[in-house]
Design a protein around this ligand. Sequence first.
Ligand code: GMT
Length: 381
Amino acid sequence: MKIAIVCYPTFGGSGVVATELGLELALRGHEIHFITYKQPVRLALLNSNVHYHEVNVPEYPLFHYQPYELALSSKLVDMVKLHGIELLHVHYAIPHAYAGYMAKQMLKDEGIVIPMVTTLHGTDITLVGKHPFYKTAVTFSINKSDVVTSVSENLKEDTLKHFNIKNEIHVIPNFIELDKIRNEKHISCQRSVMANKDEKIITHISNFRRVKRIPDVIKVFYNIQKQIPSKLMLVGDGPERDNAERLVTDLGIDDKVIFFGNSNEIDQILSYSDLFLLPSETESFGLAALEAMAWSVPVISTNTGGLPEVNLNGFSGYLSDVGNIEEMAQNAISILKDDTVLKQFRKQALFQAEKFDIKNILPLYEELYRKALENSKSLIN
Ligand code: GMT
């Protein structure tokens, strides 16, 4: 099948999921065309089944805002015609589903019918999408998608609660490639760069937006390090980074916290981590938590959104109410203070992650693609 994948190419779960999905589909013989404004961060190797087409939006002084949707929909039309693409899979509703719908309409005008699968990821629904400025267009483009998927049951419920959706929403959870992780077990990385032998390594990875509650990450760690010799790895960058650096200094723990910024060495860092912190305000899924669990790292998270579908309380880690820093720190300490307990949680975290192995998830997408294609063909005949 020839599939166009539209996604955000930057550091962020939806782009990671879209990229990994495309790469795996390519390995299974599909021809994949990534269409976005920059090469996706994890799209390192282009094989003969993987193509990347850049969307350019030239600057023009008249435009206060550059019309990205317009450029994207034009590019989609051109690429579909040039490469005979049969299906569009857009990740993150805003503005991708909208641009995809416009492309479909333009193509229809030329006698080309192409189905569009829209995958909802999180803030395209929970924070941004439901804002009155966007809601009408988001509702429209979800309803005009041929197939809609969401990454968790919770996100599906939120979508049905906030929007007037007429389409069925299929839940297909995010995934990880466990085989890749197993093969990388021996990647070289010096643990000593991060911590001393007697110190535990605690990690947080995100795009440092407010929703991630970075101050809670730091405060939970502050409480942990009073009892357990440890270091905090903060991986990622975003609007909250400066505040985070200030808070670390105010708490006097500069020598215990490493800011990595956007790193391509996430696997290396996770491979040495003992605990992962994700105290988000909301999280439709929490891909970073799943990646940690796949590296046998237990997770201390909040219990909001789709997190309880990923992290199991008392099994792969612990879940607390948003802002309950004390409890999160206590739970973390209870895991870290006893190596036997830590070992057990590590095992259980991996066990839970195995449910989300790409091998179990990818066929679910392929099945939906097949149905979408069949339906669109029956519309032509
Ligand atoms: O919606 C966002 O905040 C951005 C998005 C992203 O591109 O990283 O994150 C969402 O999608 C991820 C992949 O499906 C999920 O793992 C994240 O939980 C989700 N973020 C939120 O819901 C805050």
